[in-house]
Design a protein around this ligand. Structure first.
Ligand SMILES: Cc1cc2nc3c(=O)[nH]c(=O)nc-3n(C[C@H](O)[C@H](O)[C@H](O)COP(=O)(O)OP(=O)(O)OC[C@H]3O[C@@H](n4cnc5c(N)ncnc54)[C@H](O)[C@@H]3O)c2cc1C
Length: 203
């Protein structure tokens, strides 16, 4: 039996709309037919004004896709509640979970970590037992824990990312989804600063 607690949570950028701020400016300026005001330096100010006045629909023209790895099913269950996001997730119906990896809660006291590992091993034994008794993966998975790691690919437009990142970097958000949201926000602030730099995590 492998000791299989998860590695660090990882977020990888898979795709982004090419030149997203230019796309948003072109879309937004269509509303005002103000193309004559476009130049090499006009994007940031224009987009920030849109956001300030709550005219955020032009931000829907830019998309990003991320792959998130080594996160728990507890975390992905929260993430997939965002209905305007497209999701593809590792399936427990089709993927074997005999040696599932798992996330240890950050709050776990060091002296209790071994007990947690033992509980996970017990569940791995239970899963294997039910597979050996002939249950399909889709049914043996009923004994799996929320701690089980998952891999998920998520796509959303910038308006939706602004919403997700605002609520999921708030101090009230759960620690693991907050960690993923911080990593995504850091990337998006670099890739499209005018669209995301006003989002200040409250920690
Ligand atoms: C701190 C925290 C605690 C939470 N606790 C719980 C909990 O205990 N139990 C629980 O079940 N959930 C909980 N949630 C999940 C929460 O209720 C939402 O389901 C989740 O945050 C998805 O976000 P959303 O609904 O704002 O929007 P998304 O699905 O991301 O949609 C974005 C926006 O589009 C609009 N929108 C989308 N669909 C509709 C619609 N059908 N009608 C009208 N407007 C729509 C809304 O303005 C929405 O904010 C929690 C979330 C947070 C951040």
């Amino acid at each position: 039996m492998k000791q299989t607690h998860a590695k660090q949570l990882e977020v990888e950028l898979i795709a982004i709309t090419p030149d997203p701020q230019k796309v948003i400016e072109q879309a937004g300026r269509t509303c005002y037919l103000s193309f004559d005001k476009m130049d090499d330096n006009s994007q940031a100010g224009f987009i920030k004004r849109l956001i300030k006045m709550g005219h955020e629909s032009p931000l829907e023209h830019a998309y990003t896709t991320f792959r998130i790895k080594n996160c728990s099913r507890a975390m992905t269950h929260q993430l997939v509640r965002h209905r305007l996001m497209a999701v593809s997730q590792q399936s427990q119906r089709y993927c074997d979970e005999e040696d599932f990896t798992y996330v240890i809660p950050e709050s776990m006291p060091a002296e209790l970590v071994d007990e947690f590992h033992n509980d996970m091993k017990t569940i791995q034994d239970m899963y294997r037992k039910w597979r050996d008794k002939g249950l399909k993966k889709e049914d043996a998975r009923f004994v799996l824990p929320n701690a089980c790691t998952s891999e998920i690919v998520v796509s959303a437009n910038f308006r939706e990312w602004r919403h997700i990142l605002t609520v999921r970097t708030d101090k009230g958000a759960q620690w693991e989804i907050k960690k993923a949201a911080h990593l995504i926000l850091d990337m998006l602030k670099k890739l499209a600063p005018a669209c995301f730099e006003d989002i200040e995590p409250s920690n």
